[in-house]
Design a protein around this ligand. Structure first.
Ligand SMILES: Nc1ncnc2c1ncn2[C@@H]1O[C@H](COP(=O)(O)OP(=O)(O)OP(=O)(O)O)[C@@H](O)[C@H]1O
Ligand SMILES: [Mg+2]
Length: 252
């Protein structure tokens, strides 16, 4: 954690237009410290734009982004973002990809090695330290992309459909992996997805966006406890909530 940061990330009245195209229309949301907020919305509604504005890569047309109540402008190390396509440098080995942030922030070689080794173990990629990204499977690459950002220990992690390109079984494994990883590294997470099951499996709370221009149409707690695994998929309450949320997404 960055000293003094507890990691409450807020969007206040965020509006974003690209020329005539209005993409975000007054989005208010709050990602609570140490919790996962799932943001669910139809394809093309503005989810990636929202994350890019929250990360500081895009200026909002109006409204504000706040971290622990302080207004932010531009990117900062407090918010680590994993883009929809992942962020590994294709010409660097996995070890060098994971070391990139810690080296850039001038941590000592011993500290860099410790961070990298810890993340190689946490991702289950110990045997692939010297592999290039193209030599990894899709699931491995996604784990590595998340680890690359976590190497900077950001209090806030912004994830843009991190498992969208994976098959259903690999995705479930990734969900369990991410939950375990976050349990050991309390982090505020904003997870953008169009997958209702993923939003409910990973989120402590859920925000539902409308079609473009995106507005928040609903916000609800996800009531299945922090230790939920894939067993919750068979829980009748989970099945009911998933069906109800799916209807809301289709109507949004
Ligand atoms: N830099 C940009 N310039 C112009 N238009 C943009 C730009 N970025 C996004 N858009 C437009 O904003 C809208 C929302 O795009 P965005 O990528 O945020 O959607 P999304 O919800 O992430 O979609 P998907 O679910 O397919 O990932 C789209 O119509 C897109 O064309
Ligand atoms: Mg997107």
């Amino acid at each position: 954690m960055v000293a003094g940061v507890t990691g409450v990330l807020e969007a206040s009245g965020l509006t974003k237009a690209f020329g005539e195209l209005l993409v975000l229309d007054g989005v208010d949301l709050q990602a609570r410290a140490g919790q996962v907020l799932s943001v669910l919305g139809p394809s093309g509604c503005g989810k990636s734009t929202l994350l890019r504005v929250l990360a500081g890569f895009e200026e909002p047309t109006s409204g504000a982004v706040l971290l622990d109540g302080v207004r932010l402008t531009g990117p900062s190390p407090d918010r680590g973002m994993v883009a929809q396509a992942g962020g590994l440098f294709p010409w660097l080995t996995l070890r060098d990809n994971l070391a990139f942030g810690p080296v850039a922030s001038r941590r000592s070689p011993a500290q860099v090695a410790a961070v990298v080794d810890e993340l190689l173990t946490a991702t289950g990629l110990d045997g692939f330290a010297d592999a290039l990204p193209k030599q990894l499977s899709g699931g491995m690459r996604q784990r590595a992309s998340i680890a690359q950002v976590l190497a900077n220990r950001p209090p806030v992690l912004l994830l843009d459909e991190p498992f969208g390109a994976l098959d259903a079984q690999t995705r479930l494994r990734m969900h369990e992996w991410l939950r375990a990883l976050l349990a050991e590294r309390p982090t505020t997470v904003l997870l953008v997805t169009h997958d209702v099951e993923e939003a409910l499996l990973l989120g402590d709370r859920l925000c539902l966006l409308s079609g473009r221009p995106a507005k928040i149409v609903e916000e609800l707690p996800v009531p299945f406890g922090v230790h939920r695994g894939r067993g919750v998929l068979a829980d009748p309450d989970f099945v009911r909530l998933k069906a109800a949320v799916l209807e809301r997404v289709l109507a949004a």
